[in-house]
Design a protein around this ligand. Structure first.
Ligand code: CA2
Length: 146
């Protein structure tokens, strides 16, 4: 049987991870996180594809592609979390499990970060665990798809 495919989608500025603001977002780069996710995915019997974009429309298109190719989505929409009905609508059209991840605890931060459009669709939300949040999300995905 082929391994379920998980798309891990990352939004704007997350390509800067590890290079700026380590006190908020940690010292791991997005490449480090992707590598750790690939390794855990192999252990869990999941295929993992990690992607990042700085553009809202491109994120919508990545979600459309996931409809064709992935059984689950792990998404950190970054700032679009708090603004994007378009990304919510795209996720509503995805049939499989969706897990929302934030590196920081958005509820401990500015009030404008407390609301997430994405949480309305997410089956689970992980915030404040740094890069480990993606690994926790993968473990949950293995249970949901098992
Ligand atoms: O905590 C998270 O993962 C966030 O999704 C990160 C977003 C922020 O807008 C959300 O409220 C919470 C920001 C990502 C920006 O990442 C940077 C990384 C290094 C340096 C500068 C920005």
């Amino acid at each position: 049987m082929t391994a379920p495919m998980i798309h891990i989608l990352n939004g704007p500025n997350l390509n800067l991870l590890g290079h700026r603001e380590p006190e908020i977002y940690g010292t791991e780069t997005l490449g480090d996180i992707a590598e750790a996710c690939q390794a855990l995915g192999a252990e869990l019997g999941l295929d993992v594809l990690c992607r990042q974009t700085n553009h809202e429309g491109a994120m919508v298109e990545m979600i459309h592609e996931a409809r064709e190719r992935a059984q689950g989505i792990i998404i950190n929409p970054a700032a679009y979390t708090h603004t994007s009905v378009a990304i919510l609508d795209a996720l509503q059209a995805f049939a499989g499990p969706v897990i929302e991840v934030h590196l920081s605890n958005i509820h401990k931060r500015e009030a404008f970060r407390h609301h997430s459009y994405i949480s309305r669709r997410a089956d689970a939300v992980i915030a404040g665990c740094g890069g480990q949040g993606y690994l926790l999300a993968l473990r949950r995905m293995a249970v949901l798809l098992g």
